[in-house]
Design a protein around this ligand. Structure first.
Ligand SMILES: Nc1nc2c(c(=O)[nH]1)N[C@H]1C(S)=C(S)[C@@H](COP(=O)(O)O)O[C@H]1N2
Ligand SMILES: [Mo]
Length: 390
């Protein structure tokens, strides 16, 4: 084989000849073929060690190896204790403005038409500080939410669909100057139109295996293209109602406050302060790994967004021009989107590399500076410069 062709490329070529290329991710190739080596990031905190604690599992994004993250590495977190639910006696309740209130067992749900959904998402509190360790992508299996709602029959006056978890605990519930310590169930809601969309599912499998306790056994909601918080775990009840749902984790904990308009100055009198609920994923790209392969360096990363098709992902090296990256053929509408950029002629020494994504609606991933007027820390989708030493 000519020396300029790496084993990876040779393998791709032979697979291409076999007609299988469309399914092969650059990331899924055998790790570290001969002559390949991962280039160290020099921007990692000294104590950087993403992993598993009693309450949180983080994922080291340098370890991405294909479109989905292994179940035992997929990030996990929640507000209260992780409840232990008995799958054998489990019942999902459908209540409120439905024609026929239901109690469905796991077997009842599994007897309906199952669908697979590859979903990439992150916690809305994910950030460069955590080296984006609260993100990932897995394949869920479940039943369409709309099919379950239709089975119960949604009444004409319904407007809102609320999802309640089994988990609960003491929460600060704020009313004007008062703070009540109240026991609250974890709950999230969506408007009826989003619930009737065919994409959201009620999932019992993750990567083809039953959900683990940490990921919401036995059943969770998956809202593809939305932030992690919307994917209610340990789902116990779906309540259909007319009123807006203003629970703690819907209307207060998960909001973003930012200044828009005006002169662009943070506290200018013409700044308008807007507040929004955390719902759909904000357009974001992240560089996850740099791998030396022969004489070239492969910059690999991922995009998270709400499923809007992408126009481009670009990479800039040391402040140079934006260069187009290649999207991985294994990406799907709601997966994270893996990308590669072949960096030719990298010189020994320190370098700063950054990616940015643009979608077909013309939305461009903001720089950290452009997010300066966002006062709250959630929804940090800013460009993330990375430092490497060649
Ligand atoms: N019932 C319940 N569901 C929950 C939460 C929770 O506290 N309780 N936390 C949410 C948050 S903030 C995130 S980021 C995701 C994480 O999902 P994962 O643990 O499967 O990665 O779960 C969401 N679903
Ligand atoms: Mo989250």
């Amino acid at each position: 084989m000519p020396p300029s062709i790496t084993r990876r490329e040779a393998l791709r070529n032979s697979l291409a000849a076999a007609g299988a290329i469309a399914m092969i991710s650059e990331w899924a190739m055998p790790a570290l073929a001969q002559g390949e080596v991962d280039v160290p990031f020099t921007d990692l905190p000294a104590n950087f060690n993403p992993g598993n604690s009693a309450t949180t599992r983080q994922f080291d994004i340098r370890k991405i190896n294909g479109l989905t993250v292994p179940k035992d590495q997929f990030f996990a977190l929640q507000h209260f204790d992780r409840p232990q639910v008995d799958g054998a006696t489990y019942k999902l309740k459908l209540t409120g403005l439905v024609n026929k209130p239901l109690e469905l067992s796991l077997a009842d749900l599994k007897a309906m038409k199952p669908v697979d959904l590859v979903a990439g998402y992150e916690c809305s509190g994910n950030s460069p500080r955590a080296i984006q360790a609260l993100s990932g992508c897995v394949k869920y299996t479940g039943v369409r939410l709309v099919d379950v709602l239709k089975r119960a029959g949604v009444q004409a006056k319904a407007r809102e669909v609320v999802f309640l978890g089994t988990d609960h605990g003491s929460s600060d519930v704020v009313f004007r100057q008062q703070t009540f310590k109240l026991d609250q169930q974890f709950g999230r809601s969506i408007v009826l139109e989003d619930a009737m969309n065919p994409d959201p599912i009620l999932a019992w499998n993750l990567n083809g295996e039953p959900l683990s306790r940490e990921h919401g056994f036995p059943l969770r909601l998956v809202m593809p293209g939305w932030y992690g918080v919307c994917n209610v775990k340990w789902l116990s009840e779906i309540r259909v109602q007319k009123e807006r749902y203003v629970g703690n984790y819907q209307a207060r904990w998960y909001r973003t406050i930012r200044g828009v308009g005006g002169s662009g100055k943070d506290d200018g009198p013409d700044t308008q302060w807007i507040e929004n609920e955390v719902t759909r994923l904000q357009l974001k790209s992240v560089i996850a790994r740099v791998r030396k392969s022969g004489n070239a360096h492969n910059i690999m990363g991922f995009v998270l967004n709400d499923g809007t098709p992408l126009k481009s992902v670009e990479v800039s090296i040391d402040g140079g021009p934006w260069q187009k990256a290649t999207m991985d053929p294994v990406n799907t509408k709601y997966s994270w989107k893996l990308f590669n950029y072949k960096w030719e002629g990298a010189t020994p020494g320190d370098h700063t590399i950054v990616s940015r994504v643009t979608d077909i609606d013309g939305q461009v991933q903001p720089t950290a500076d452009e997010l300066a007027r966002k006062r709250t820390f959630l929804e940090d989708n800013g460009q993330m410069p990375r430092k490497v030493k060649i």
